[in-house]
Structure formats: structure tokens, C-alpha cells
Design a protein around this ligand. Structure first.
Ligand SMILES: [Zn+2]
Length: 485
């Protein structure tokens, strides 16, 4: 076959291609394929196979063509399509990464997200790929959002703070940042973000609710009540608003009004959650109306049996009324979980200990999980993790205390989980509570701050089965430990 014949055949085949007679075009291209390295043959076959949905062949010829013309983005897009049709999402993604700097249309982003969702990646792989996507085009909100859900809170906050300056329409990024700050207990930052979001969309109900939440968490209950009352007035049927009003009144010690509002939300929600009865019970308990409180706690337990904080408050009422038998019966619902035989003195000590804990009303209620604490004390044999002291309180019974590294409650919002708990003697517990003990997140070395100097006093003893959260230690070190400077 001479060059002229080949050139004629190529022209011929392209005419068929133009007229959408793909099978004839393919036949001609294939007949000359072995006699020439003219790239138009490869390109023609790529087009024919692509248009006839023969994606395995299309992928082969498109790939060859792109080796010669890597900047032909139209053909790379076609290759992506074929790879998606062939369900090779991983490789499609690689080509999308090359396309991204040149094309960031919504349709392209949508396809990338489909590939990402279907690709067979583990978590680490996902993080690597998302970083490549962001590197290829750092203006796509979706990539930041997905990545922020895969990395830890601290990293996610810095990622999104970086993104918010790059992306002009950054409301979605800000809303995500709000939630991260809120879950990490940084009410000051979450409040700032609400204000910013509302300055753009002053009528957005969700942002208004965010503002109420962060104001509540900052402890400004008067302002929180004002904000949520505005929301309530615009939609009195939403039980979340009357419920939130009830929580504000509770914090402001207006207990009758708190009961009013909580009862209203209970009715509006058709009594569909134990949380209403429980909170109403707490109000009556604070007012000293123990019998009424009891009936609400029992009602809450009928909806949500074995809820530790309800059990513990109900038990406390029986205990304070001197009905120890009944108190023990109620408490045993929690105690029975891990150990069937508990010495009475230990049992009573636990009860006394519990009585001193204040009851807090927050949105996601702070729960002292007695089961976890019991498990941990057993694991450490009641030995202080710093000094190994154990305090005997009877034959074969010892006393120890559980400490949350990052405190629970509104201000710090530490997690009520085993990785945020350590077992201490009362001395070291007090020192910790006052910010006088420091722990290195890395080496677990323990330091004591005496007001002027810091000295190393040992290493935090850790049971092999007990992992503690580095994030919680870091939080404690930066926010509570007095020797931090
Ligand atoms: Zn100790």
C-alpha cells in the first residue's frame, strides 16, 4: 500500500465517520492500521468506537492518541466518559485531575464526584486523591467539604479556614466550619461565624438557629432566649424552638416558665421522646418537688429504658428520701451491666459521689457513663495512673476517681468516652482539675506546675487496652494546663 492509497483511505473513512456510518469507517481504518503510523487513524478509530459505545476499544485508542497529544482536553474528557462507562472510576479520576485546571464546569465536577463515590479507595487513598484534586483546582467547595470529613477536627478546621479565603461564595465552607468549632467546644469562633453568615443572609432560619446555639453555649442565656424567641414567634409550631426556650428558662432559673415551655414542646412533638419528660423532671427536681420529678423520670424510662442519666437522677431521689432499698434497685440497673457482685460500701460511695455532681441541661445532654468508668477502674485496679496509689476502703476494696482529660459540659464539651478518661487518686484528680498537671501528648510524660516552675514527676501509666485521645490531651494542654506558657 503506498502513501497515496493510505491517504485516500483515511479521507474516505473520515467521510463515513462524518455521515455516522461508523461500522464502514472502522472497517477501512482497521484495514490500513498496520501499514501506517498516521495518528489520524488512531484518532478516527477512537472516535468511531466512542460513538458506538465500544468503550474497551475506545479506551485503548483514546489513550494512544493522548500519548501523542496530551493537551487535547476534548479527547481526555471522552476518555473519562469511556472509563466511567467501563466502571474504571479510579483511572477516570486520574484523567479528571489532569482536566481540572482547564475545566471546572459543574457538569465536570459532578462526574468527578460520581467517580470518587464509586472508586474503590480506602480512607488514606481518598485523602491523597482529594489533595490531588484540590491541588489541580483549589476553588471547588465540594472537595474541601469531603476532605474535611475524612481528617481530624484540628486539620479540618485549618483546611476550611484556608479555603474560606480562596472561595468567594463560601457560605457552605463557613457552615461546615461552624459545626466543627461547635463540636470542638470553641463557642467563640462558632459564634463569630454565625454572625458572618447572617450578615450575608439575614433571613436564613438555620443560621439564626446557629446563632442561638452558639450564644447559648457562650453562656449568654438572656440573649439566647431573645434569639430563640424570635424564631419561635416566626414558627410557633416547631417544637425545637419551644424546647430551646425551655432550656434557656432553666438556665435562667425561671423553673415554672421552663416547665411551661418544655410541656408545650412535649405536646407539639406528640410526646415522641424521653428527653421532654426527663427535662421536665429535672425542673421539678430543682424546685424540690421530688414526687412529681419522680413520675416524669419514670415516664422517661418507660420510653427509653436503661438511660443512665435518668436512672441516676431517679435513684438519687430515692436515696435522698432515705429509700435506700429502692435506690439500690434503681441504681442496680446501671451497675448490673458489668459486675454482678459489688460490695455495698463501694456501691454507696459511688452514689454519694454522684450526688455531688451538678446536673446540667444542655442540648446534647452530658451523661456520665457509669459503665465505662467502672470498666476502667477495674482495668487499673483502682490505681492512680500517675502515682500508682490505691486507697483501701474495706477488705479488698479500693477507691479511685475517674477524670475527664477534656472536661465535659458547655465550656469544654469533651467527649464522654473511654479515650478521654483516666483513673486518678483524689490528690492528682484535684491537681488535674486545677490545671496543675501537664501531660505530653507524645511521650505521655507527666509534669507538675507549682505556680512558678514545671517539673517532671513521671509517666502516665497506660494499660495496653486503654488508648487515650491525643486531641483531648492537646486540648487540655492548650486550654487548661496552667504551665502552658
Ligand atoms: Zn496519684
Amino acid at each position: 500500500m503506498d502513501n497515496n492509497n493510505i491517504q485516500d483511505s483515511i479521507t474516505n473513512a473520515y467521510n463515513y465517520l462524518k455521515n455516522q456510518e461508523h461500522q464502514l469507517a472502522i472497517k477501512i481504518f482497521l484495514s490500513i492500521e498496520n501499514f501506517t503510523n498516521n495518528i489520524d487513524v488512531v484518532k478516527g478509530l477512537a472516535l468511531c468506537y466512542y460513538y458506538t459505545n465500544q468503550h474497551d476499544n475506545a479506551i485503548r485508542y483514546l489513550s494512544t492518541y493522548l500519548l501523542n497529544y496530551p493537551n487535547d482536553y476534548k479527547y481526555r474528557k471522552m476518555l473519562c466518559e469511556s472509563l466511567i462507562n467501563f466502571k474504571n472510576y479510579e483511572e477516570a479520576l486520574e484523567h479528571f485531575i489532569l482536566l481540572l485546571p482547564h475545566d471546572s464546569s459543574n457538569s465536570l465536577i459532578k462526574k468527578i464526584l460520581v467517580c470518587f463515590k464509586n472508586a474503590n479507595f480506602n480512607k488514606e487513598n481518598k485523602i491523597i486523591k482529594l489533595n490531588s484534586l484540590i491541588k489541580a483546582n483549589d476553588l471547588i467547595t465540594e472537595f474541601y467539604c469531603i476532605l474535611s470529613e475524612l481528617i481530624n477536627t484540628e486539620e479540618a478546621i485549618s483546611l476550611l479556614n484556608n479555603a474560606k479565603f480562596k472561595i468567594v461564595d463560601n457560605s457552605i465552607i463557613l457552615a461546615k466550619l461552624f459545626k466543627l468549632y461547635q463540636s470542638s467546644g470553641n463557642s467563640i469562633e462558632s459564634h463569630k461565624i454565625c454572625v458572618e453568615l447572617l450578615s450575608r443572609k439575614p433571613n436564613n432560619q438555620i443560621y439564626k438557629y446557629y446563632l442561638y446555639r452558639s450564644t447559648f453555649e457562650l453562656g449568654n442565656f438572656v440573649e439566647a432566649l431573645r434569639l430563640v424567641t424570635q424564631l419561635y414567634n416566626s414558627n410557633p409550631n416547631n417544637f425545637h424552638y419551644s424546647y430551646s426556650q425551655g432550656l434557656c428558662y432553666y438556665e435562667l432559673f425561671d423553673l415554672p416558665e421552663a416547665i411551661n415551655k418544655l410541656t408545650e414542646s412535649k405536646l407539639k412533638a406528640n410526646n415522641n421522646s424521653w428527653i421532654f419528660s426527663y427535662n421536665i423532671g429535672l425542673c421539678y427536681m430543682s424546685m424540690g418537688q421530688l414526687e412529681t420529678a419522680k413520675s416524669f423520670f419514670i415516664e422517661a424510662l418507660s420510653m427509653k429504658p436503661n438511660k443512665p442519666d435518668v436512672i441516676y437522677n431517679l435513684g438519687n431521689i430515692y436515696y435522698s428520701q432515705g429509700n435506700f432499698q429502692k435506690a439500690k434497685e434503681v441504681f442496680s440497673k446501671i451497675m448490673d451491666y458489668s459486675a454482678p457482685t459489688i460490695n455495698d460500701s463501694v456501691n454507696e460511695l459511688t452514689i454519694l459521689n454522684l450526688q455531688n455532681k451538678s446536673i446540667q441541661v444542655t442540648h446534647e445532654r452530658v451523661i456520665r457513663d457509669l459503665i465505662i468508668v467502672k470498666k476502667l477502674k477495674k482495668m487499673y485496679n483502682n490505681k492512680c495512673q500517675i502515682c500508682a496509689t490505691k486507697i483501701p476502703i474495706g477488705k479488698d476494696y479500693y477507691y479511685s476517681e475517674a477524670h475527664h482529660i477534656r472536661p465535659l459540659g458547655k465550656k469544654h464539651s469533651g467527649p464522654d468516652e473511654i479515650n478521654n478518661l483516666i483513673i486518678l487518686c483524689p490528690n492528682h484528680h484535684t491537681a488535674f482539675d486545677n490545671g496543675c498537671i501537664g501531660v505530653s501528648p507524645l511521650t505521655k510524660e507527666v509534669f507538675q506546675f507549682n505556680g512558678t516552675a514545671i517539673e517532671k514527676i513521671g509517666i502516665l501509666h497506660l494499660h495496653p487496652e486503654h488508648k487515650i485521645s491525643e486531641e483531648c490531651i492537646k486540648y487540655y494542654q492548650t486550654n487548661i494546663f496552667l504551665g502552658r506558657l
